[in-house]
Design a protein around this ligand. Structure first.
Ligand SMILES: Nc1ncnc2c1ncn2[C@@H]1O[C@H](COP(=O)(O)OP(=O)(O)OP(=O)(O)O)[C@@H](O)[C@H]1O
Length: 322
């Protein structure tokens, strides 16, 4: 297999007494969309800023396309496109002017007009930055990250603050960028975004990588991959809950997580949620039967990345998404 495009080993970075990145190691392969997930303050931005050469680590090594971001900053800038959070431009600068300005920094830039067209901004070319909508500003910031024709693009919280329609458009855009052969690092706290776009991802919590893999692998590793929900015919005795929890195919037993918009039965009050793998359904139903409890409104679902997030970080939702 070819060597990784990005190789981060034992990265550590603190700001004063705050440890922003404790111990992060990860590899990003050519042509993939690699997600970096985690809640606010997990250390995602600091990690990608170090990878992009904007910050210096205290310990650990980083190689991007075989280059050291600290020592080969000039070479790296020609090959890595960075789109960081809240990138601001002078308010009166027009979209076309911004792209032409950025293009002048590169040896082999993309054609600004073609890029504007590609990102659906052709009719906004002569509009000043402060007159663009949030989604258009985001797309312009992606265009600026791509104008140097990079082989790696780092996109940080690209869709935060966008409405669902603009978010979906941006997802399509990211897929088109990847189709052009660009390796993409996508920082996000949105599970749906990661599940939909990422080939592989790293979940970071408190400055450490908790798990790495494809979304399916992460889900399977966290919870076994299956979620069984049911309403017991009578309230479950704590001894029965312990019995279910002790089954080898069960990873956790609890109440379903509260939902933002309450749904009608079957998952109302008194429902039970069991995470597990393999023959978890049969095992739980048999154990309940032995305990004299019937399971009503039984539903089996595939665990989501959000379920995995909860299991692995102990937090129901990333803070920003609440
Ligand atoms: N320039 C800075 N000076 C001091 N502390 C910082 C600085 N930048 C980040 N931190 C702290 O380092 C920790 C990690 O921050 P970082 O921005 O890397 O996390 P993040 O996962 O990207 O969070 P978010 O999703 O909010 O962007 C946080 O506790 C943050 O407050």
């Amino acid at each position: 297999m070819s060597s990784p495009v990005i190789e981060v080993t034992s990265l550590h970075k603190r700001y004063g007494s705050t440890v922003a990145v404790d111990d992060v190691s990860l590899e990003v392969h050519e042509g993939e969309i690699f997600g970096i997930l985690g809640r606010n303050g997990a250390g995602k931005t600091t990690t990608v800023e170090i990878v992009g050469g904007l910050r210096r680590q205290d310990r650990g090594t980083v190689r991007v396309l075989g280059l050291d971001p600290q020592h080969d900053a000039g070479l790296l800038r020609q090959q890595v496109g960075l789109q960081l959070q809240e990138s601001a431009l002078p308010p009166r600068l027009r979209a076309r002017e911004a792209l032409e300005l950025y293009a002048s920094f590169y040896e082999h830039p993309a054609d600004p007009a073609a890029l504007l067209d590609d990102l659906g901004l052709a009719d906004r070319a002569e509009i000043a930055f402060d007159k663009l909508s949030g989604g258009q500003k985001q797309r312009l910031s992606v265009a600026l990250a791509l104008v140097g024709n990079p082989s790696v693009a780092i996109l940080d919280e690209l869709t935060t603050g966008l409405d669902p329609h603009a978010r979906r458009e941006t997802w399509g855009l990211i897929e088109r960028i990847r189709a052009r052969g660009v390796t993409i690092v996508l920082v996000t706290h949105l599970m749906e975004e990661a599940e939909r776009l990422c080939d592989r991802l790293a979940l970071i919590d408190e400055g450490r990588v908790v798990v790495t893999g494809t979304p399916d692998e992460v889900v399977a590793r966290a919870s076994g991959g299956q979620v069984l929900r049911f309403r017991p015919s009578s309230p479950l005795d704590p001894a029965v809950v312990r019995l279910l929890g002790a089954l080898p195919t069960v990873s956790s037993v609890g109440e379903p997580a509260p939902v933002a918009v309450p749904v009608a039965a079957p998952h109302g009050e008194g429902s039970v949620e069991v995470h597990g793998s393999g023959t978890v359904v049969q095992d739980v139903l048999v154990a309940l039967d032995r305990a004299g409890v019937r399971a009503l409104d039984v539903r089996l679902e595939r665990a989501s990345l959000e379920d995995a997030f909860v299991t692995l970080t102990g937090d129901p939702t990333p803070k920003e998404a609440r």
